[in-house]
Design a protein around this ligand. Structure first.
Ligand code: ADE
Length: 239
């Protein structure tokens, strides 16, 4: 897979790509490139943003700047790229990333992630230049860079060459193997610590009982998660 990240802070990604699990995937033939909007802006003084029409605080990343950066990178009108690569705008106001979407993105040959800053993008970036918009959660970050790293981390670990033990990617939280539920709890040595005991079934050596205990724990966590969604008012009963 080939991932390009457009950002005002490409240097942040040197740290990210230097982390062992990321470096391992990149070493297995995948690519991650961080590119600065400022290096391609058509405006003078490396300008990339502007004040919002209609007034209000903050600055907005300009549509012509994002368009120019995409053209410089791919040598074509970005609209012509839409059948070939997903161009994903990172925005707190978009569809929230989940495991199913991560798996879908991991199937792509090429991705472009657009990081916003300040008050975000001119909406025409999301409407016209991007093919998708996604949020990593219902809170606002200072910009899309950390969100882009979250997306890259989640996507890259699904690719061949990412994990030593492929089984751990198949049967992990929110995977189809667990019916979309969170993963069951794990324990390791010592079996007893400060009076905190490891559930005895895990020490029993009965594989069938262990399997069914894990499935039950996973389902229980899933049910608890559903209750928290209720707390947030998503189909729940709180005002
Ligand atoms: N940019 C700022 N906040 C964000 C969020 N929660 N998800 C994605 N991009 C963002």
């Amino acid at each position: 897979m080939e991932i390009d990240v457009l950002t005002l802070f490409p240097e942040w990604f040197s740290w990210f790509t230097g982390q062992r699990h990321v470096a391992n995937v990149l070493g297995a033939g995948h690519r991650l490139r961080a590119v600065s909007y400022r290096d391609h802006t058509p405006l003078s003084g490396r300008q990339v943003d502007d004040t919002p029409f209609g007034g209000g605080p903050g600055m907005v990343l300009r549509v012509d700047v994002v368009d120019a950066a995409l053209r410089a990178l791919y040598g074509r009108d970005p609209l012509e790229l839409h059948g070939e690569r997903r161009i994903v705008a990172l925005s707190p106001a978009a569809r929230v990333l989940d495991d199913a979407l991560v798996s879908e993105l991991a199937e792509e040959r090429a991705l472009t992630l657009l990081c916003g800053r300040y008050e975000g993008f001119d909406e025409r970036v999301v409407e016209h230049l991007a093919t998708d918009a996604l949020s990593i959660g219902r809170y606002v970050l200072a910009g899309g860079e950390l969100a882009a790293m979250v997306v890259c981390d989640a996507v890259l670990r699904k690719l061949p060459g990412a994990l030593g033990d492929r089984q751990s990617a198949l049967e992990e939280s929110f995977s189809p193997a667990l019916g979309g539920a969170p993963e069951y709890p794990h324990y390791t040595r010592p079996a007893s610590y400060r009076g905190w005991e490891v559930p005895s079934v895990l020490l029993s050596g009965h594989h069938e009982q262990i399997r069914s205990w894990r499935a039950e724990q996973s389902a229980r966590r899933g049910a608890r998660e559903g209750e928290h969604e209720g707390d947030r008012g998503e189909g729940g009963s709180l005002p």
